[in-house]
Design a protein around this ligand. Sequence first.
Ligand code: AMP
Length: 181
Amino acid sequence: MTNIIFLGPPGAGKGTQAKRLADQLGLVHLATGDMLREAVAQGTELGQQAKAIMERGDLVPDDLVIAMLMERMADAAKGVILDGFPRTLPQAEALDEKLSGQIDIVLLLEVPEDELVQRMLGRGRDDDTEEAVRNRLVVYREQTEPLVDYYSGKGLLNRVDGVGDMDAIQQRITDAVSQAA
Ligand code: AMP
């Protein structure tokens, strides 16, 4: 079983690279942002609760996101690539408990802040208004960045330069994963 976490600010390219790595390794790619957008599109109870929060660029409450993810992890026996989760310390702790600490590597995709804003504004997603984009960066710094220390303390953190050609970034990730194996 291989469990890999993609960490990094919004707009760093976690989605693209997590999908590529999942295909490469034959693992399930679980993206909480995609799941939440699906719930919003389907108008489920969770989607109705999450919609306005996502539009502001705030985080959906831990209990809702944790329950949603745990349900989807049930049928991923070979392991998972997590993209956009965990985003808070309580989420990280819930994940450790679920996996009994079995996390192989945490990939931190690093991209300078002005490039992040440009990338997000170019994506055209519903929650990519300039105000929401700026708020997502503040939320990242305040609530998610502490996970860098959390995983670095466990010896799991690998920093990857997220700037440049997508294939080159993918190669950096492949190298980091094979070194950690
Ligand atoms: P993403 O596609 O990962 O950028 O996520 C889009 C939005 O979904 C975020 O701005 C949050 O509002 C919400 N979201 C995604 N993942 C999480 C999470 N792990 N915890 C809380 N909110 C989340």
